[in-house]
Design a protein around this ligand. Structure first.
Ligand code: SF4
Ligand code: SF4
Length: 231
């Protein structure tokens, strides 16, 4: 079994609901607390497992915003695990989830330097490293209804841009999405072989406008629609 996430960059609206749900679940669950520093003062910061980056692609007025959620990719060849001097970082054989044993971590930061995805965060309050656990305490909790045994970010996403499942199962939804939509690894050239995949934004086919006069109502409407779908 190889558990991970698929994130659809075409439908993610950058609302940060997944990041907040992640913070809430993990702060109150077995991993917590995810510390906040100066939460109500100037320059607040804190520990987050999932952060959403926003990028502007293309030149105005034909530019487009890409919202890019990032958390641990649960890499197959994870150097964050091999560099850990205490054995606190480990990858589970049974499902591929990368975890940190909080009782063994000494906060040396080696793993965060080894992670090219910026997925690890030092909790300065506990002095230990923290990262996405794929909600390990949710996905195996048999007291929850089966539909709820998914990471908090996946359940929360209002745009249904996030999917959770087993990449070793060719019939799973995540495998099907990767096949059908050319799901991509982030920075595969680094050789970490991340499990998580991103579905690229769809390229919309513009409506032909050559057959109408640009100053006609039909031409203006078609141009407007083309501009809207390109965003
Ligand atoms: S994303 Fe970073 S922290 Fe997660 S498994 Fe890969 S190298 Fe390790
Ligand atoms: S909750 Fe869904 S739509 Fe909102 S930022 Fe996260 S992935 Fe994107």
């Amino acid at each position: 079994m190889r558990l991970g996430l698929v994130i659809d960059l075409d439908t993610c609206v950058g609302c940060h609901a997944c990041a907040v749900a992640c913070k809430q679940w993990n702060t109150s669950g077995t991993t917590g607390p995810l510390t906040d520093y100066r939460p109500y003062g100037a320059d607040p910061s804190g520990v987050w497992f999932n952060r959403i980056r926003h990028y502007e692609v293309g030149e105005y007025p034909n530019s487009k915003t890409i919202n890019f959620p990032m958390s641990c990719m649960h890499c197959e060849d994870a150097d964050c695990v091999t560099v850990c001097p205490t054995g606190a970082s480990y990858k589970r054989k049974e499902d591929g989830v990368v975890l940190i044993d909080q009782t063994k971590c000494m906060g040396c930061n080696y793993c965060s330097w080894a992670c090219p995805y910026g997925a690890r965060e030092l909790d300065r309050e506990s002095g230990t490293m923290k990262k996405c656990t794929l909600c390990i305490d949710r996905i195996y909790d048999e007291t929850l209804a089966e539909i709820d045994r998914q990471p908090a970010c996946v359940i929360t996403c209002p745009a249904h841009a996030r999917f959770f499942g087993d990449f070793d199962d060719q019939n799973s939804e995540v495998s099907r999405l990767v096949r059908e939509r050319d799901g991509m690894q982030l920075m595969p050239e680094l050789g970490y072989n991340p499990t998580n995949r991103y579905l690229p934004p769809r390229i919309n086919t513009p409506i032909p406008t050559e057959d109408v006069r640009r100053d006609s109502l039909a031409g203006k409407v078609k141009e407007w629609v083309n501009k809207a779908v390109a965003r």
